[in-house]
Design a protein around this ligand. Sequence first.
Ligand code: ADP
Length: 425
Amino acid sequence: MALLLGCIADDFTGGTDLAGMLVKAGMRTVQMIGVPKAPLPDDIDAVVIALKSRTIAPASAVAESLEALRWLRAEGCRQVYFKYCSTFDSTPRGNIGPVAEALMAALDSCFSIACPAFPANGRTIYKGHLFVGDVPLSESGMSRHPLTPMTDSNLVRVLQAQVKGKVGLVEQSTVAKGEAAIRERYAVLQNEGCNLAVVDAICDADLMDIGAACADLPLVTAGSGIALGLPQNFRRLGLLGDNPIADALPATGGLRAVVAGSCSVATQAQVAVMRAQHPSFKIEPLELARGGDLVSAALAWAALHIEAGPVLIYATDNAESIKDVQAQLGVEKASSLVEKALAAIAIGLVRLGVGKLIVAGGETSGAVVQALGINGLRIGPEIDPGVPWTTAITEVPSDKPLALALKSGNFGTADFFLKAWGKLA
Ligand code: ADP
């Protein structure tokens, strides 16, 4: 089946968030790291291309987004979705406005929406003002963000400062009347010369109606909330099944391992729970700094234990010990020593026959994914909110698929490393 929805996300975790939403809404989805170099599975409905374009120079963000768009169009995708943060992270220079306008121009489209609302996560828009929980965006923690301080809650004003065209507003009183009223308002705004419209949304029903009203737009720009409302459009056209199992992964065999480089409180608890039940091996940063070959030692140790069940290799430690290590080595050196070692261990584990791998830590996951030459992830069943099992997509497809769960720091319950295996077929 042809690709239905092609998404361009301005950062990786935002892309993961969107991919998870699409899978839940019944679309089989892969997330690619940058513009795809590897062939995609042929049975997917949506692709999310994750860029790192949120805070780079606007011209670079535009160029990268256009490259992603070219790839999506070559794949024949029907609709394009530009995904940004639900707190509209940007500055007067961009990058939301310039990227949205460049994508619209490339798609020959003269109108799109801007809607970062995600009511389930406390992001609502009313009369164009974005609220974070109970407070306006400008009174939320985002007003002090180091790179994209959001000091104005009025998204019409914020977006207008970033674009050449005219920005309008679809108010909640219109959204509440449903799809037809929203479409009518789009038409009125276009007649008034608007190219972009901020759309109010305060509940999931609003997102569904906005999504329905966007069926014919070549480009939608939004947070991940609108992903709730788009799959129904493809269903109506008969392009998407009513109840497809969108999170099915190819069967993966092989041995099981956890590699933990996160030191967050949640990961510390998860490591303690797993250590109590399974063999574990600790990577000491000071030993790495002294030149100790802990990679070989860990892999030799793993070879002895891994046939019997899952093993844990971890650098996770408490805040006090980390401070001590960082004081001796410097923060960057400590981090990079540990990341490099854990990435090399991940490669060794896969060579040992690991087919199911959990990685804990955002930066650690990035290092492991890069070391394993992974270009993308097919999104599978969720283990805990925000952490799905995935299978790796590599430039040269492997006959032994690797199942990966990439868990950022504070996600997951204490028994995450124990229960995760049972969620895989
Ligand atoms: P999280 O998602 O919890 O933030 P990350 O992997 O993003 O986890 O970041 C954890 C960082 O801490 C990584 O750079 C990792 O290499 C580093 N690290 C892990 N263990 C230790 C340790 N024992 N001492 C110092 N740094 C460590």
